[in-house]
Each structure stands twice: as structure tokens, then as C-alpha cells.
Design a protein. Structure first.
Length: 349
């Protein structure tokens, strides 16, 4: 089950806001619907946001072929609408930059719109295939850090529902148990306010036969104090070149707790999640989402009208609290800066 799939000039996607009780696939030829799906987390997860935005750009290009006179100016508008969906996951901008390189080159050469569409679809497909390969490598390398009998705490969802294939944090768990036969128990933080852990991670892991216990976010410290957790693996939405990492809100508190309880704290992410243009986490934009996500759960109002709400969707974990960063280029241990810059040199060669 792929969370998004290009089905020949249309995108099929799983509406993740309806999981775990409803598996609803939607199909669209409209890039505007893809933008809305990313904004509303029907499609979510840093790598999947990048892949989906790339296909969304392709849908815009196909629509643009009916506007022969302003095909390329229209693409510019499609690009900016997709870029405006969510600010933190760098994969969105990394993917759209790759697509922009293709259509700007085509524009310079006065390439016909139909030919440009073909090249864009080819690039989006390549982005998806590369993510699948990166996932697989991260899963294999991450599994080498997992021992038989480990009890691993996860946060939010960094699994196959957030990526092109295996997932990142959950990919390591899948590989360790399903490929290497290691017995693992997972504790999944429910991850308020949108409950990606309870609704998505537990859904994925139990479908794959991995023993999973869902806990409220405020229970993680007690589980660590009781000695129930011996490893923490999370995903990422943007990593600075010094290793500071943006991930779902609540990740930073887990990293502090992990240090206090002397528990290894791993980040798993592809290099497409590294922002080579920034040096530290304070430069990462943090998405502030709608207060309604906290004020209401479905039709229940759980916060009185007069109370104000803050709803940052991500936080920044300093590199000093991270045991290692698992990438497809290798497992990086502190100090991260030079290792991340050497990855930049390697992939930009
Ligand atoms: C494999 S990256 C997944 C990453 O994205 C999630 O955020 P969201 O559900 O808001 O897209 C979360 O931060 C995960 O770690």
C-alpha cells in the first residue's frame, strides 16, 4: 500500500487524516488538491511531502499545456502555491527546486510544454525511486543499531506513511524485526495534537506484526524512569549542517529525557532532509498550525473559547543531545558538521 502513487497523469493518495479506522484513497488531476492535502496532512511526512509536491507540480504542468501562451508563468504560480503549503520540512523545497531546475532549463530552450511535462514526470518518478532506495539503506543501517530484545520509543510517524517505502525511524525497526529476526517492542507516543503516533505508527507497526504499545506523550518520562525504554528513534523534517534537528513537537523533550536517563537517542533521515544552506537549528522555520487542532478533537471542544492556544508543529533538538544521525550515506556520530559537509561534497559532485 503506497501512501501516494502516480497513476498516469493523476495522483492517487491515501487520506491519512481518516486512519486508522478508514482507509480512503483519493485520486486527483488537480495540483490545488495536492497542495490542500499537504496543508491538511492528508499527505504528510517530510519525504512524502517532497515526492507529492513533485507530482503536484507535474499535475500543474499538465493543466498548463492547455494554456499554451503562459505555460511557464503558470508553472511559476503552481510552484509557489506548493511551496506555501508547509514551511518546516525541507524536502518540500528540495524536491520543488529539482523540478524547477528542469522546467527553467526547458523554458530557456523554448521546449514545448508537452515535452516539458514528460521530463517533469520523469524527474518526479526519479525523486520517488531515490527516496525508496534511501529508505532501504537507512532501514538497513538503522537496524544495525537495534539489538534483539530492544524496547524502542518512537514519536509521531516516521514510517512508510511518511516516505516512499520503508520509512526512516520505523524502517530500521521493520528491517531489524522482519529481515533480521530481532524481537522488538515498540512504545509509540500518541503525539498530540494530531495523534500521528497513535493513529499512524501503531496502524503501520501492528499491520506488520510488530508489538506496539501506545502511550500518551506525558507518559514517556515515567516509562524511561521505570527502565522500560532502552532506545529512542525518531524521524526529522529538517537537519542543519551542525546536526540540530527539527522534528515533530515533543521530540526535544524526549531528547532531554533520554540524556537524563542515559538512553541512546537516534535520528533517522535521508540526506534530502538535510538543509545544507543553514548552519544551526535556530534558522529552521517552525510551522505554527491552527489553534482549532488543539481546541477541538473531532466534534468535541476541549479548550474553552477564551483560552488562547499555541500550536507549534515542530521543535528543534540540539545536536548535542543526538547520539547518532542515520542517513543513507552512513551513520553519523558527533561532531556532525564536517561529516554533513563532506556528504554535501559527495552528493554535489
Ligand atoms: C519520515 S519524516 C516524518 C516526520 O514528519 C512528521 O511531521 P508531519 O506528520 O507533521 O508531516 C514528523 O515530524 C515525522 O518525524
Amino acid at each position: 500500500m503506497k501512501p501516494v502513487e502516480w497513476i498516469g497523469n493523476a495522483l492517487r493518495y491515501l487520506d491519512q487524516t481518516l486512519l486508522p479506522t478508514q482507509e480512503v484513497f483519493r485520486e486527483t488531476t488537480d495540483f490545488r488538491e495536492v497542495a490542500e492535502a499537504i496543508k491538511s496532512l492528508r499527505i504528510r511526512g517530510a519525504p512524502l511531502i517532497g515526492i507529492s509536491a513533485a507530482y503536484g507540480l507535474c499535475l500543474g504542468a499538465l493543466e498548463g499545456t492547455t494554456r499554451q501562451n503562459d505555460f511557464y508563468p503558470f508553472l511559476e504560480r503552481v510552484d509557489s502555491i506548493l511551496r506555501s503549503t508547509r514551511p518546516t520540512a525541507v524536502n518540500l523545497f528540495w524536491a520543488l527546486d529539482r523540478m524547477k531546475k528542469i522546467w527553467q532549463e526547458a523554458q530557456k530552450n523554448a521546449t514545448l510544454p508537452e515535452e516539458t511535462c514528460s521530463r517533469l514526470i520523469e524527474e518526479a518518478t526519479t525523486i520517488e525511486r531515490e527516496d525508496e532506495a534511501m529508505n532501504r539503506k537507512i532501514a538497513e543501517l538503522g537496524a544495525s543499531l537495534i539489538q534483539d530484545g530492544d524496547v524502542i520509543l518512537t514519536h509521531c510517524n516516521a514510517g512508510a506513511l511518511a516516505c516512499g517505502a520503508w520509512g526512516t525511524a520505523l524502517g530500521a525497526i521493520y528491517w531489524a524485526q522482519l529481515k533480521e529476526g530481532k524481537k522488538i517492542q515498540v512504545y509509540a507516543d500518541e503525539t498530540r495534537p494530531l495523534l500521528q503516533g497513535a493513529r499512524l505508527t501503531a496502524y503501520e507497526l501492528t499491520r506488520n506484526g510488530i508489538p506496539t504499545r501506545v502511550i500518551c506523550d506525558n507518559m514517556a518520562a515515567f516509562m524511561m524512569q521505570q527502565g522500560k525504554i532502552n532506545k529512542i528513534i525518531v524521524g526529522a523534517d529538517r537537519i542543519a549542517t551542525n546536526g540540530d534537528t527539527a522534528n515533530k513537537i515533543g521530540t526535544y523533550s524526549l531528547a532531554v529525557l533520554a540524556r537524563y536517563h542515559n538512553i541512546p537517542f537516534y535520528v533517522a533521515a535521508p540526506t534530502s532532509t538535510i538543509d545544507f544552506e543553514i548552519v544551526e537549528g535556530s534558522q529552521i522555520p517552525i510551522e505554527e498550525r491552527n489553534a482549532a487542532e488543539i481546541k477541538y478533537w473531532k466534534e468535541h471542544q476541549i479548550v474553552p473559547e477564551k483560552a488562547e492556544v499555541e500550536n507549534p508543529a515542530f521543535d528543534i533538538t540540539p545536536n548535542t543531545l543526538i547520539t547518532a544521525i542515520i542517513t543513507e550515506q552512513g551513520i553519523l556520530y558527533p561532531p556532525f558538521q564536517e561529516k554533513i559537509l563532506s556528504i554535501r561534497r559527495k552528493i554535489e559532485r
